[in-house]
Design a protein around this ligand. Structure first.
Ligand SMILES: NC(=O)c1ccc[n+]([C@@H]2O[C@H](COP(=O)([O-])OP(=O)(O)OC[C@H]3O[C@@H](n4cnc5c(N)ncnc54)[C@H](OP(=O)(O)O)[C@@H]3O)[C@@H](O)[C@H]2O)c1
Length: 278
């Protein structure tokens, strides 16, 4: 870890902040980005030599270019990019407005892709680097009310897979992180509610929103332990392509894998009979 440079989006609170603090505590250097850099004052005051605060709203392409250039100028390299910035949007698909849908996809999917595009030339030059994509268990086992949010994360996961494969010849590694509920600001501040309420969805997506509101403050996952796990995984001799965090997420991913496997077997003869005869 000594001297490793981490570029992290969304470090004002939550996972982003916990990862930044843990990297710094372990001797690394951090380009800590946030929409409002005033939120980073305590971090840069504690680590004036090794923490650099940079303004970045991931939906602003010009800010992405500037932040990467700025961060790289500060430390000369970028070893790990953590695409962490993001937020939830909860409600049935019909209940969200066009604007809510668009901004969520721009923040959770297009923004992170643009950050990767800005950092890739640095990785190609260094011939080494690691992309960490903070996804969500909803990308693999989605919930009622998370069509847009889970969809944005699933798209980001699929893109990360391809980017990792494209970068294999110049030393790029990648890890997709799938957390379940962790005690961050995600539900209290980072969860947008659909603008419309349609009574027909009260028992489905409405119920899931109720569940999220009920667990707020008592989420089982500890973001500091998550940060330590992510750093350990990145620095492992063979880092995982997918890191699932917390029992909630583990149970859901396993359940989904079992269901997919069972259904594949049940429908295999029909599905396989669609190729041209050999
Ligand atoms: N906590 C969970 O249960 C959970 C589970 C699965 C996945 N996740 C994912 O974990 C990531 C971090 O969330 P968190 O749980 O740590 O919640 P959080 O405490 O609310 O942190 C979210 C961070 O994203 C930033 N952000 C939001 N929109 C942004 C934008 N357009 N540009 C730059 N930064 C932006 C926020 O900045 P501001 O302070 O400026 O708003 C904040 O720093 C998200 O991608 C989330 O989807 C969280």
């Amino acid at each position: 870890m000594d001297g490793q440079v981490w570029f992290i989006t969304g470090t004002s609170t939550g996972f982003g902040r916990a990862i930044a603090e843990e990297v710094l505590a372990q001797g690394g250097r951090v380009i800590a980005t946030a929409r409002d850099v005033r939120s980073l004052q305590s971090l840069t005051a504690k680590y004036p030599e090794r923490a650099k605060a940079v303004t970045l709203d991931v939906t602003e392409p010009a800010q992405i270019t500037a932040a990467v250039a700025h961060g790289r100028a500060a430390f000369g390299r970028i070893d790990v990019l953590v695409n962490n910035a993001g937020y939830g949007l909860v409600g049935a698909l019909e209940e969200v407005t066009d604007e809510q849908l668009r901004v969520n996809i721009e923040t959770n999917f297009i923004g992170p892709l643009n950050v990767m595009r800005a950092v890739l030339p640095v990785i190609r030059e260094q011939r080494k680097g690691h992309f960490v994509t903070i996804s969500a268990v909803a990308a693999f086992h989605n919930e009622m009310g998370f069509s847009v949010y889970g969809g944005s994360k699933a798209a980001l996961e699929a893109a990360t897979e391809a980017v990792a494969a494209e970068g294999v010849l110049f030393g790029l590694k990648a890890t997709v992180v799938e957390p379940g509920p962790f005690k961050t600001e995600f539900i209290a501040n980072g969860l947008e509610r659909a603008a419309h309420k349609i009574p027909d969805y009260a028992g489905t997506s409405g119920k899931f929103l109720g569940f999220l509101e009920k667990i707020n403050g008592n989420q089982p996952g500890d973001p500091v332990l998550a940060a330590k796990a992510i750093i350990q995984a990145v620095n492992a001799p063979k880092p995982p392509r997918r890191l699932i965090l917390g029992k909630y997420a583990y149970d859901r991913v396993r359940r989904r894998l079992d269901a997919i496997s069972k259904e594949m077997s049940e429908w295999e003869s029909l599905g396989l009979n669609t190729d041209f005869p050999a």
